[in-house]
Design a binder for this molecule. Structure first.
Ligand code: FAD
Ligand code: SIN
Length: 545
């Protein structure tokens, strides 16, 4: 069959979740990694603060567990939290063994541990303020040296492929577009790992890179997988405020507050102690809502993050990336406070998995930001996501290693290929597509942001439905392109977020609705679950691929 790529394991995504799994799975067989832009285009590559992990000293597992549970506002799964926290240290060591160079305390071998909001101890393992770049560099280098791993760039996964076997329906691959050549390809394997990252690009202002369009979550949804907790979108309190809109908001790491940075209003008042006893180091949802409230009440476009009381050399040594970036824009953060605003940052929801990263679909695993494992509950504790990706990718590997007979390659003849053909067409009304994307991200920002209400959510639902029907129309006519695939995914993802937010009739963690300002443990101390019925998912799959 033309354009058929076969291997034992298929990984979609080349961030920390995908690459760390690939390195392990290569011990068992041949691994294919597909990624939709270049290898390092991932949120992982932009992570700043670091990886939360108990590394000794005055820290204890029980404290990290407690901090994670407190931050998660009643929705974390305790067994998951305990597992992630306890399995973390060995996986930090594995990263070091793979060549990641973390920052050490001066003059010694001890790891320099940073502090971030919601953490009761210093426990953030980091590489200055470029942790993600260092992790991505080392993992990619390791992958390139491994001849059992093949990475294909510019492959945009469209929809999952299935085989009907005696044990039932199993996910065995993906249909993708090569966005450079315009060819369609089928990637087939014994199992599929979705490691496609987050959804931040559905919002106008986001710290996320362009790849974060929620592709994996909605691919799984269309195929019938259980999706959970999509209303819990985390807004990072401090992204750099720039008057001109920029496509990616530059992050000012929470570690800056961890080292003493103070949030102030534009007239200089330090305001966070009015909102929370932990002041600037309160959990993220509290800090983001407090900033939002100050901006709205004062009519200010931003607040300030002030570091000027710290030694200039200390700032330059701890935050070289942030210092350099701001200096490039004419802002010397050793002398002037940084203007900051909240921006969409992280999705706590995603493909629901068990403790081994298995989704509700046989053969389909999900790890990293695309998954909802139960670690974060209603609000993620800072720097817990890189840790979660490491732990779950390792657990998925261990599961597969222990049941290899269940995840054997399938013969090409067993794959269901009953989808109608699509034609690549980059020329169709590009302006209309751009306007659809603009309308979507503005709608999500204005109506489904930090503070929500029933009225705003209903307005958002009407708009996302209209956009969805317009975009699906192109697919029904058999047209396709890499950017259209992403736009369709963004709109469907937005719809999942809005529907989940409408369903939760309370305020908890990252979801704050003015019409239900309190938490309601009696009715809502549970996950928000969305699924598409199998029959309709098959129909929608046919129309799309
Ligand atoms: P990603 O690293 O986002 O990788 C996703 C991959 O999937 C990419 O390679 C992408 O190209 C690919 N992909 C997506 N869709 C498709 C498709 N359709 N077809 C093919 N490939 C596809 N967390 C922390 O714990 N600590 C931090 O300090 C921290 N700092 C952060 C700073 C920033 C600016 C951002 C944006 C996030 C930060 N986070 C941090 C969150 C953390 O970085 C992410 O949650 C984590 O890196 C996600 O890893 P991942 O492997 O799941 O996804
Ligand atoms: C940061 O503030 O550096 C990001 C940390 C995170 O998102 O976990």
């Amino acid at each position: 069959m033309k354009n058929l790529f076969e291997s034992d394991f298929l990984v979609i995504g080349s961030g920390i979740a995908g690459l760390s799994f690939a390195l392990r799975a290569a011990e068992l067989g041949e691994v294919t990694v597909i990624t939709k832009k270049e290898q390092c285009d991932s949120s992982t590559n932009y992570a700043q603060g670091g990886i939360a992990c108990v590394m000794g000293g005055n820290d204890e597992f029980s404290l990290h567990i407690e901090d994670t549970l407190t931050c998660g506002a009643g929705l974390c799964k305790k067994d998951v939290v305990e597992t992630v926290v306890r399995e973390g240290p060995a996986l930090i060591q594995a990263l070091i063994d793979w060549g990641v160079e973390f920052t050490r305390k001066s003059g010694g071998d001890d790891l320099d541990l940073g502090r971030e909001g919601g953490h009761s101890r210093r426990r953030i393992v980091h590489a200055k303020d470029l942790t993600g770049q260092e992790v991505e560099r080392a993992l990619l280098e390791r992958v390139r040296l491994n001849d059992r791993i093949q990475i294909y760039e510019h492959q945009v996964a469209i929809d999952l492929l299935f085989a009907e076997q005696s044990q039932g329906r199993r996910c065995v691959g993906v249909r993708a577009i090569d966005s450079l050549s315009g060819d369609f390809r089928l990637y087939v394997a014994g199992m599929v790992l979705l490691a496609t990252g987050g959804v931040g690009r559905v919002y106008l202002h986001t710290t996320n890179p362009p790849i974060a369009t929620g592709d994996g979550v909605v691919m799984a949804y269309r195929a019938g997988a259980v999706i959970a907790n999509m209303e819990f979108i985390q807004f990072h309190p401090t992204s750099l405020y720039q008057k001109d809109e920029v496509s990616r908001a530059f992050l000012i790491s929470e570690a800056v507050r961890g080292e003493g940075g103070v949030l102030r209003t534009l007239d200089g008042e330090s305001f966070m102690q009015r909102y929370h006893p932990l002041a600037c180091l309160a959990p993220r949802d509290v800090v983001a809502r407090s900033i939002d409230n100050e901006m709205k009440h004062r009519g200010d476009p931003c607040v300030l993050l002030d570091l000027t009381h710290l030694q200039a050399d200390f700032i330059k040594d701890h935050f070289p990336n942030i210092h350099k970036h701001c200096l490039g824009l004419g802002l010397d953060i050793t002398k002037e406070p940084i203007p900051v605003v909240p921006a969409a940052h992280y999705s706590c929801g995603g493909v629901l998995t068990d403790l081994d990263g298995q989704s509700s679909i046989s053969g389909l695993f999900a790890t990293g930001e695309a998954s909802c494992t139960g670690l974060h509950g209603a609000n993620r504790l800072a720097s817990n996501s890189l840790l979660e990706a490491l732990v779950f990718s390792n657990r998925a590997f261990l599961k597969i290693a222990s049941q290899q007979e269940r995840f054997q390659r399938v013969a090409a003849s067993e794959i269901q290929l009953d989808f109608p053909a699509l034609v690549i067409d980059e020329s169709f009304e590009a302006v209309r597509l751009r306007h659809c994307a603009e309308e979507l991200v503005r709608t999500m920002w204005d109506y489904v942001g930090i503070v929500r209400s029933n009225e705003r959510l209903h307005l958002a639902r009407q708009r996302t439905k209209m956009l969805q029907s317009e975009i699906d129309g192109y697919f029904r006519r058999g047209l396709c392109s890499g950017s259209l695939v992403e736009l369709r995914n963004m709109v469907q993802c937005a719809d999942l977020i809005v529907r989940s937010a409408l369903r939760r009739k309370e305020s908890r963690g990252l979801h704050f609705n003015l019409d239900y300002p309190a938490a309601d443990d009696k009715h809502w101390k549970k996950d928000t679950i969305l699924t598409l019925k199998q029959s309709s998912s098959r129909n929608s799959g046919r129309g799309l691929s």
